[in-house]
Design a protein around this ligand. Structure first.
Ligand code: KG4
Ligand code: ZN
Length: 342
């Protein structure tokens, strides 16, 4: 039995968690910075970094107190070392290094994307490798074959915006505030998805890549036309996004040998309408569908601690550098037409 302290600070959540190898989350705390970033309609890196620096140490102390534990009782300290907003990543990683050094514990540097990718295994005891993972968050939109810890094959990625980004921009266009995903989903329930014709970029294309920039522009034009109800635009956007996701995931499933399951993770995996559509698709392929509970889908430290459990025994050097970019599959070919985010 091992216990890992996990630290997450790569975007706008400051989080700490204690997880054991029996898949128990002993304690976890998340300090969201939504209020600080709301006036700007998105995450401001400088504000995020400062907030992490102020909040992280007391948050870790409180997490340990919640579990009735001392730092000396943990077996390792795992922190997100990238990819993400570099100021925030550095706060978490340097804090983890200091704690590891002070307590003479191993440091485990975690790829934030691996945290998302392995999080379904914290939630589901039965989930075995290899599984097809749809990773959809504010910064990432990928289809990955998860073959094992540290073994990822990227099948598809976005050539422009991430899916969460598209939700956030749609929310901004509709004046729904930040963060946008949950607000768009709520409003979409009251709308008619057929009332507004919107494009489905890359639908049917050979490789399972994504594109959402054109959809976002179409949402903007639909709003500016001034003839549609906001709820109808939200519903139409969400349906178009889901249609793209299902088509692309279908392509990926056809391209690989039968995986053990279809899995979704990342912040957008909290979207119930998308979960239902993916579950139906999994059913068509006779596959189990696995989606972590919504709180484990959005950024959190339990997934980082869990990735630390999966890597227990490993130790990273105290000079491990924070990485603004850190692909899970370094061998993946660049996508034609892709911008800097690929
Ligand atoms: O994984 P995450 O917390 O942070 C990143 O690593 O990016 O994902 C945040 C993203 C945001 O874009 C947010 O709008 C989106 O996930 N999101 C949702 C929902 N809940 C969060 N998108 C659609 N529907 C939701 N219910
Ligand atoms: Zn994330």
């Amino acid at each position: 039995m091992g216990i890992v302290l996990g630290i997450e600070s790569s975007c706008d959540e400051t989080a700490a968690a204690l997880v054991d190898s029996g898949r128990r989350v002993l304690a976890q705390r998340i300090a969201s910075q939504d209020e600080a970033h709301r006036p700007y309609g998105g995450v401001v890196p400088e504000i995020a970094a400062r907030a992490h620096a102020e909040r992280l140490a007391p948050l870790i102390a409180a997490t340990l107190a919640d579990a009735g534990m001392e730092l000396g009782e943990v077996d390792a300290i795992a922190a997100t070392a990238g990819p993400g907003l570099i100021g925030g990543v550095m706060v978490g990683l340097v804090t983890a290094k200091a704690l590891a050094m002070a307590e003479d514990k191993p440091l485990i540097a975690i790829n934030h994307l691996e945290g998302h990718a392995l999080s379904p295994r914290l939630a589901d005891l039965a989930l075995q490798f290899p599984y097809l993972l749809l990773l959809v968050s504010g910064g990432h939109c990928q289809l990955l074959l998860v073959k094992g810890v540290g073994q990822y094959r990227r099948l598809g990625t976005t050539i422009d915006d991430a899916l969460g980004e598209a939700f956030d921009k749609t929310a901004k266009i509709l004046g729904l505030g930040y963060p946008g995903g949950p607000a768009v989903e709520r409003l979409a329930r009251e709308g008619d998805p057929r009332a507004v014709p919107l494009p489905r970029p890359l639908l049917g294309s050979a490789e399972p890549h994504f594109s959402f920039a054109g959809l976002k522009s179409a949402v903007l034009r639909a709003r500016q036309a001034g003839i549609h109800a906001d709820a109808d635009i939200a519903a139409a956007f969400q349906q178009a996004a889901i249609d793209c996701v299902i088509d692309r995931t279908h392509k990926a499933l056809q391209a690989i040998d039968m995986p053990s399951a279809l899995v979704v993770a990342g912040g957008v995996a909290a979207n119930q309408a998308m979960r239902s559509a993916l579950e139906e698709l999994a059913g068509e392929f006779g596959l189990p569908f696995v989606a972590p509970p919504p709180a484990l889908c959005t950024d959190n430290a339990a997934m980082i601690a869990w990735a630390g459990i999966e890597r227990l025994g490993q130790s990273d050097p105290l000079d491990f550098a924070a990485r603004p970019r850190w692909p899970l599959d370094p061998d993946a070919a660049p996508v034609r037409g892709a911008g800097v985010k690929a």
